[in-house]
Design a protein around this ligand. Structure first.
Ligand code: RIB
Ligand code: CA
Length: 318
């Protein structure tokens, strides 16, 4: 029985690899995609999502979502300033212009209608972008907090952030949304932190292996990961190869290979929404005497071997 899920994403390169894996893996059923402002403006993350689905030969409904953060007019530092001169995340992924088009219903009403429908009672929500759409859906219909069976989030860091020393990009872009979602009371929340994704980077040799598979998903993923390795300041040199963390597909891998996570902690988590130097920080309260009950499982380390095996299985099946 395939694991059914909805992917809420800000399709940039690693979201795109997640979509390639999600649409190909035999143990997964990608029910729908909702898009959000993040790596690029929502019109671009929507077009990129459609391009990737077309390239994979997958027919999955796509619902465009929020164009700006929940409570702010823009990122804490505007994207153009933050990414000045960077080619790491591009507005247009290098695939042919999309032929497929988004659904008429936008992301938030779709998410509300879906999770108010009992037939979605087993559908996991995976969020690999800023949590604006998820927060808006919960604000629109608070009963969703009890009806979303599991939420798997790419975000946060227990150690170093990637936008600031404290904050990871998805939580930093929309800290109010991240805070609201983590405080909503969803019963099963798993946070795939930077600590986990950085512990299992993918390398040029992995890209060569994916290219050897030869399917559209495999070659598309190899192209995207090579671009990340080439432009990622978080790239890691070692044993004659270079590797880079590829964050979002690890959330999808977790759905069918929970053993991809080798270390995690159950804790009460929250997100900083006012700090001048800590805005967007994920606070993981592991104090034995913490007054608040745990509200999330935070993944802290991952297995590169399991991660590669998941991706290989998916790409072979495309
Ligand atoms: O910090 C990494 C996360 O931010 C990834 O999901 C990446 O795609 C961006 O959304
Ligand atoms: Ca993302």
């Amino acid at each position: 029985m395939a694991t059914r899920f909805i992917l809420d994403c800000d399709t940039g390169s690693d979201d795109a690899v997640a979509i390639f894996a999600a649409t190909a893996h035999p143990g997964l059923e990608l029910v729908a995609v909702t898009t959000v402002n993040g790596n690029a403006a929502v019109e671009h993350t929507t077009e990129n999502t459609l391009r990737v689905l077309d390239h994979a030969g997958a027919r999955v409904p796509v619902h465009a979502g929020a164009a700006r953060p929940l409570a702010r007019p823009d990122f804490p530092v505007p994207r153009a300033v933050l990414n000045a001169g960077s080619a790491f995340q591009r507005a247009h992924l290098d695939f042919p212009a999309a032929v497929s088009v988004p659904e008429r219903r936008s992301a938030v009403p779709f998410l509300v209608d879906a999770y108010m429908d009992d037939s979605y009672a087993d559908v996991t929500l995976v969020a690999t972008g800023p949590l604006t759409n998820v927060a808006l859906a919960l604000a629109t219909e608070p009963r969703l907090a009890a009806r979303i069976p599991r939420l798997v989030i790419m975000g946060g860091a227990h150690g170093n952030g990637n936008v600031t020393a404290a904050a990871e990009f998805n939580f930093w872009v929309d800290p109010e949304a991240a805070s609201a979602v983590l405080g909503a009371g969803i019963r099963d929340v798993v946070i795939m932190s930077l600590d986990a994704t950085h512990s299992a980077p993918l390398s040029r040799a992995d890209c060569d292996a994916f290219d050897g598979i030869g399917t559209p998903a495999a070659s598309g993923a190899a192209q995207l990961i090579r671009h990340r390795i080439e432009h990622d300041q978080a790239g890691v040199e070692g044993s004659g190869d270079v590797s880079s963390p590829v964050h979002d597909p690890m959330c999808v891998a977790f759905l069918v290979r929970p053993d991809v996570v080798t270390e995690s902690v159950r804790a009460f988590v929250s997100v900083e929404t006012t700090g001048s130097r800590t805005l967007g920080e994920l606070l993981v309260d592991t104090r034995p005497w913490c007054p608040e009950p745990p509200n999330a499982t935070v993944a802290l380390r991952a297995s590169a071997e399991v991660y590669r095996d998941f991706l290989r299985t998916a790409f072979l099946a495309n």
